[in-house]
Design a binder for this molecule. Structure first.
Ligand SMILES: O=C(O)C(=O)C[C@]1(C(=O)O)C=C[C@@H](O)C=C1
Length: 568
């Protein structure tokens, strides 16, 4: 127990062992530095062990003395004692005030009577001594860092600093002074409540196999506590990352980073990979929620990724920031995410002035429960890009999204007839496939973002009016506000059935902007129709539609929008 922490010479008693710290004058900054000690010098009487500490081992006169080495980075300290032929025992953990520990690991020891007496003394205190190899020691050090993080959860500021240090121990090895600088401010009050030591002592049991059911339950409780402390710590780091993201306007949600992380984790476990994945995905979800909250973002927007796709460009135009964007691998995934509530909004291309309707989007809108509540247009210019400067005739393959390929067919047929066309899930995704003999078609922005070489600009067939129209979707609300209505319908297989539906619109003076037919996927020749009507359909209109259709499904009533509010 620490008796007097304010005076220069202070001592405490732990399980009968009196520890005395030597020092002159008041507790100065330099003495505080010394408190980060590493060696205990064993005097004649073991009960008067004296702590002689220094941040620099070389300062200590060790002649004729035996030493208890407490320095955590033992490859340094053990070599030091060996070189000087000082009898020593190298133990872990640092039994500073945490003398409550019930286990000590002994890494190396000299044959010396004082050392033997000292170790016997520890044993008599009920402490278990375990000999460990260097490999085991490294593992223990890492586990110990987890333990110390618990101390952090307990708001013990000294151990808090030390714990964070230990987690970075590889980087910090050899930089003891820097460590001291970090930890010393935390020693300011010099107040180490002993309860913490005891609790930490409890936690040391984490490393001992539990025997009774009670012990096992206790151990699980402790592990949960430590896990929570670590998750909390993780959240703090994520929030700091969020601040960085704000500076660079980078998205919070980074699927590729997450996927890579999960892969590394799964490589290290033999547990059920599906469940382990779920655990970590949930933790990352928590981190993302915290990041969004911190950044004042309450809504997220799913678009086709990776960054640099035309959908990304559209989103940036509508939102003004990439922070709320979630990048998806396909338009189908976007629609599913919105349907499930995993993203508040989705931005999907519905048609292009050169290539026409984006069929996969149309089909997905029929099969999922989402609602279009806005539309927006983007002028699209394509560039031919490559990893290096290439002559067009050297290009063996061209990678891009089917829409971009189709919009640039004139150029491809004229200048790249020899090249093989390979489709990608988005224009920007082509960057992941490029090699030295291939080119991609993507936006100028994407090419710059990925540091690609622009071989030709504006290669799309329609030079001025290559425009893509996007639908902005959300989960179904049933609201019917806006100038336009999108709907699917089916009719009976009889003459004039389609005309009867079109007449409903014609008789009401409603112009049609778009008409498509899609296979109903029942029998050959069965179709579902899609129309965009230049009017908001009301209850009466729907009643009239019901009379002439086999079914209908409203996809949305909407207006053209210029911005999308994610701060609501
Ligand atoms: O690495 C980041 O950018 C983070 O914000 C951290 C984190 C995570 O929790 O692991 C969170 C969100 C990103 O989707 C990826 C990873």
């Amino acid at each position: 127990m620490l008796k007097d922490s304010k005076k220069q010479n202070f001592q405490w008693r732990l399980r009968g062992l009196k520890v005395h710290i030597r020092g002159k004058g008041p507790l100065t900054e330099s003495l505080k530095k010394e408190l980060i000690g590493t060696v205990w010098e064993l005097t004649d009487s073991i009960l008067q062990a004296e702590l002689v500490v220094s941040e620099d081992l070389l300062d200590v006169d060790l002649s004729g003395k035996a030493v208890v080495d407490l320095y955590p980075f033992k490859d340094k300290s053990v070599a030091f004692y060996r070189e000087r032929s000082v009898p020593f025992v190298s133990i872990f953990p640092v039994f500073y005030k945490e003398f409550a520990f019930s286990e000590f690991y002994v890494l190396e020891k000299s044959e010396d009577e004082r050392i033997t007496t000292f170790l016997d003394f520890l044993k008599n205190l009920g402490i278990i001594l375990k000999d460990v190899s260097w490999g085991e020691y490294k593992e223990i050090l890492e586990k110990y860092s987890v333990l110390l993080f618990l101390a952090r959860a307990l708001k013990d500021s000294f151990l808090m600093g030390y714990a964070s240090h230990l987690l970075n121990w590889r980087e910090e090895t050899g930089n003891f002074l820097a460590l001291a600088e970090k930890v010393i401010p935390r020693l300011k009050d010099n107040d180490f409540p002993v309860e913490h030591s005891e609790l930490i002592g409890e936690f040391s049991k984490l490393f001992r196999p539990p025997v009774s059911l009670n012990e096992m339950r206790h151990k699980i409780r402790l592990i949960d506590f430590v896990t929570l402390g670590l998750i909390d710590e993780r959240m703090k780091v994520a929030k700091r990352i969020a601040e960085e993201k704000k500076k660079t306007d980078s998205p919070v949600d980074l699927r590729e980073v997450e996927e890579q992380k999960v892969k590394e984790i799964l490589d290290r476990t033999s547990l059920n990979p599906v469940r382990v994945r779920r655990v970590f995905e949930e933790i990352m979800k928590l981190a993302k929620e915290e990041e969004y909250r911190l950044l004042g973002i309450s809504k997220t927007v799913a678009v086709l990724g990776p960054m640099g796709s035309f959908s990304d460009e559209m989103a940036l135009k509508l939102i003004g920031s990439r922070i709320p964007i979630k990048y998806c691998a396909s338009t189908d995934e976007i629609i599913r995410m919105v349907e499930k509530g995993e993203a508040d909004y989705g931005i999907v291309p519905i048609e292009n002035s050169t290539h026409g309707t984006v069929i996969p989007v149309l089909d997905a809108l029929l099969n999922h429960e989402v609602e279009v509540f806005g539309e927006a247009k983007l002028e699209v210019h394509h560039c031919l890009v490559a990893k290096r400067r290439l002559d067009l005739k050297e290009i063996k393959r061209i990678y891009s999204h089917p829409q971009a390929i189709s919009q640039s067919l004139g150029f491809i047929n004229a200048y790249l007839p020899h090249a093989e066309i390979r489709y990608t899930t988005s224009t920007s995704d082509a960057v992941n496939l490029l090699d030295d003999e291939s080119a991609a078609i993507m936006s100028e922005n994407a090419a710059r973002m990925y540091g690609l070489f622009i071989l030709r600009k504006s290669i799309q067939d329609l030079k001025e009016k290559n425009i893509t129209r996007f639908y902005i979707i959300r989960r179904k609300t049933g609201k019917m506000e806006g100038k336009y209505t999108s709907l699917f319908f089916g009719v009976q297989d009889k003459p004039g059935a389609l005309k009867a539906v079109l007449d409903v619109f014609a008789n009401k003076g409603m112009n049609l902007r778009k008409l498509e037919s899609r296979p109903a996927r029942t029998f050959l020749g069965d179709y579902v129709f899609f129309v965009e009507v230049e009017a908001p359909l009301g209850k009466e209109d729907l009643k009239d539609l019901e009379k002439v259709t086999a079914f209908y499904k409203i996809i949305g009533v909407f207006d053209e929008i210029e911005e999308l509010d994610v701060f609501e």
